[in-house]
Design a protein around this ligand. Sequence first.
Ligand code: FES
Ligand code: FES
Length: 164
Amino acid sequence: MSSSKTAIHFVLNGTKVSAEVGTNQNVIELLNQLNYRGARESCGQGLCGACTVLIDGVAFSGCLEFAAMLDGKEVRTIEGFEKDGVLDPIQEAFIEAGAFQCGFCTPGFILMIGQLLDKNPNPSEDQIRHYLSGNLCRCGAYPEIIKAVYLAIGKRKTSNSLHQ
Ligand code: FES
Ligand code: FES
C-alpha cells in the first residue's frame, strides 16, 4: 500500500508555512516535524490539554486533529506568545507564581488562559476553574496556576492603562 502525502499551506504564528503531510499524521506530529515542540502529545485521547493549539482562534486538541485539516488555516502555538524576546504577561505570571514543575502542561494552560481573558478579562475563580477543566496538571500545580491567572489579569490591566 502506498503512503500518500498531501501538500498543505497554512499560517503558523504569523508565518506562512508549507508542508507535506501524511494521511494519518496528526497536528502535533506535524508541529514536531517543523521543530515546534511547545504543544505536546501526552494522553493522545483528547483528555489532558497538553497538546492544545489554536486553529483560527479556536482551541483544539492537536492529538485528535489530522494535520491535513490545517490547510488554509491560521495556527497559534505557545511559540507565538513571545514577541521580539518579550514574554506575554501570562507567561510572566506563570514564572512569578511558580505555576509549573515539569512544565509539560504549561503551554496548553497558557493558551487557554489567553482565550479566557480575551473573552472575559475579569473571570471569577469558578469561571477560571471551569474554563481550565480540560487541562490537567499531573504535578498538581493548580493553586499556583490560579494565582498566575490573577497575576496575569493585573498585568493585562496595567498594560492596557499604559497604552491608553
Ligand atoms: S495529548 Fe491531546 S488531549 Fe492529551
Ligand atoms: S507542571 Fe508538570 S504536568 Fe503540569
